[in-house]
Design a protein around this ligand. Sequence first.
Ligand code: GLN
Length: 380
Amino acid sequence: MNSKLPNIGTNIFSVMSALAKEHNAINLSQGFPDYPISNELIDSVTMAMKEGFNQYAPMIGLPELRNALANKIQKLYQASIDAETEITITPGGTYSIYTSLTTILEAGDEVIVLEPAYDSYVPNIETNGAKAICIPLLYPTYCIDWEKVKSSINEKTKAIIINTPHNPTGYVWTKEDMSRLDELTKNTSIYIISDEVYEHITFDGRQHESVLKYPNLFKRSFVTFSFGKVFHTTGWKMGYCVAPENLMKEFRKIHQFICFTCNTPMQVALAKFLANENEYLSLSSFFQKKRDLFLENIKDLPFTIHEKAKGSYFQLASYEKINDMGDKDFAIWLTKQIGVAVIPVSAFYHNGKDDKLIRFCFAKKDETLLEAVEKMRKLI
Ligand code: GLN
């Protein structure tokens, strides 16, 4: 077989979580919570199953769920989204991003990717026969190098992928970033693939700048969201895509032949649970406390924090004062020798660029974070 992805192995999240398990290490690598989810939500799924919601949902998702999402979007982002034509429920955010790219890409197209970038973007582009044009974010602030973005645009540029709040750096796009994006794309046919799965996790009073707030940007956008990040249910693999009708029509043509539809009882439960606004409006303060607890406790350890996470549930740290290993070796060493698993940031670069940084996930119980810090005291 001619591999579609000849240079790709198993993704770093699977590798590090397996290594953590094998060595009984505390897993601050893959991004998922280790605390329980809402009982009300669990009961609601069980109830839906008992009530007989066990057959196919409509291909685009349950109307109750799409309507609840359209209301949420109206309130949060003052955007009028048509639940019937502009929202599709997907099996997770990663799937929504892949399907958006597959909807628009043709062989030879170019897609601008800002690195470090979530590890599925570049393989998703290449699987579609297109080419990723990778532009590094400015180190160590991870601001966007707008001049570079501008000079990378040409007649082959089909799309740009943006991600705010950003995994893995925690950067949060500003209004200024949004207007730069608007300036650069407004007289072009460039699509925007906007990954906003951490929409509710912004710190120190920052606001999430959703593409949905900007009609000029939205008309060319596929926007991805995730229930996993909102209700702490990453294992449910539930998300959704929002796009204007003409784009969504094409997205659905692809979606119906990849997975057809998503599981029904969870859609029933999520539609009801979305009425609890506080569940998502409290996420920023919930995670900010965890970020601060973690930062306060690692401050005596020999890590350097260049920038506090502005959003997401990840914190980057440099380990230069500990040793000069490459970041992958360091992450493996930390897992095996110290008992704490983390993600090497080079995994977010197509060429493995190594700035000697690791990513900690702080979406964990307070005691898990403190236990991890305790283990890392051996580094002093
Ligand atoms: N989004 C999560 C992270 O960045 C994990 C995704 C995955 O495991 N594929 O850690």
